[in-house]
Design a protein around this ligand. Structure first.
Ligand SMILES: Nc1nc2c(ncn2[C@@H]2O[C@H](COP(=O)(O)OP(=O)(O)O)[C@@H](O)[C@H]2O)c(=O)[nH]1
Ligand SMILES: [Mg+2]
Ligand SMILES: [Zn+2]
Length: 303
């Protein structure tokens, strides 16, 4: 029996990187399948125990408990929520936006941050294409998030700004890279590690997406002494579509958390109720208005 990490998963077939460095193509023991409720038996990032079969392939005998996970939640029947697990043992989400071309939409930035918070995974904002506007203009937009406590990296894949810092952020960790199309995610990862040769640009992006709709999710290895992994899955590209239970939404805005116990009504929606501590905090300047507006729209179902 060997232990290893799931690097690729596709309909019952798993590529495992064993801890000794070997790659093992594996299937999963039926017994584990029955023990588990979800269809997500093992996902990329999972730590597993694998038995070797005579033909050189492997059989996953056990999936270790997950330290963290990144999942998509979808409304199910009768107010229940269905969880669709995408990546296990994630350390952080790198949320990439462009300073221009396409222009950053704060509502969308907030939406990506909410998904990271709902998954209780650290979020790092990456403001790419800083070459187009300069760092000072970029800070006018993204400085708000530094104020809330999110780390923000001002980078340019094209001009080679901040790439070393980004590489340091990826080192030795499992990261999910998310962000809208065209902001430079693939270009950035290629700059961090030229060997990845990810397709970039509009046309190739379409091909890339097309390829990945039929192909599996995978973890890409970051080279260097500390190692590190970047998750690439089709389900993560459209992070903006993740649904969050309405009553969990305010908690996903960290700057609102200190006020959540203080409303007159325990089930306060923070939209219209009297004596709402969150709205008082907005008035008092402790919660940025723009962030509250994102909350309000998401909660009211306008976005
Ligand atoms: N000016 C500028 N353009 C960039 C930068 N990074 C990427 N781009 C361009 O933005 C476009 C989209 O990049 P791509 O990596 O495919 O974006 P993705 O959809 O997020 O993976 C490409 O034409 C890139 O050349 C940057 O730092 N500055
Ligand atoms: Mg891309
Ligand atoms: Zn309230």
């Amino acid at each position: 029996m060997q232990t290893g990490t799931v690097l690729r998963a596709r309909s019952g077939f798993y590529t495992i990187l064993a801890d000794d460095g070997a790659t093992i193509e594996s299937r999963m023991r039926g017994r584990i399948k029955k023990d588990r409720q979800t269809s997500d038996l093992a996902v990329i990032g999972d730590r597993v125990a694998v038995a070797s079969l005579p033909d050189g392939t492997g059989m996953i005998e056990r999936v270790e408990p997950r330290r963290s996970k990144f999942s998509r939640r979808q409304p199910g029947p009768r107010g229940a929520w269905r969880e669709d697990l995408l990546v296990a043992n994630v350390d952080q989400v790198l949320i990439v936006f462009a300073c221009a071309d396409p222009p950053p939409h704060v509502r969308l930035v907030d939406r990506f941050l909410v998904v990271a918070e709902a998954n209780e995974v650290d979020a790092v904002l990456v403001a790419n294409k800083v070459d187009l506007v300069g760092e000072s203009a970029a800070r006018d937009v993204f400085g708000l998030y530094e104020g809330i406590g999110y780390p923000v990296e001002y980078v340019s894949a094209r001009a080679g700004i901040g790439i070393d810092r980004l590489r340091d952020r990826l080192a030795g960790r499992v990261s999910v890279v998310a962000g809208p199309s065209g902001v430079g995610k693939s270009t950035l990862l290629n700059a961090v590690q030229p060997g990845l040769q990810l397709a970039t640009g509009e046309v190739s992006e379409v091909l890339h997406k097309g390829r990945h709709t039929t192909v599996s999710a995978e973890l890409l290895e970051v080279e260097g002494p500390a190692g590190g992994w970047v998750a690439d899955t089709p389900g993560l590209r459209e992070l903006g579509l993740f649904a969050i239970p309405p009553e969990d939404l305010a908690w996903c805005f960290p700057e609102m958390r200190p006020f959540l116990g203080g409303c007159a009504f325990r089930d306060c929606s923070h939209l219209h109720e009297p004596r709402c501590a969150v709205r008082a905090a907005v008035q008092g300047g402790d919660v940025p208005e723009a962030r509250y507006e994102s909350y309000r729209r998401l909660r009211a179902g306008e976005d």
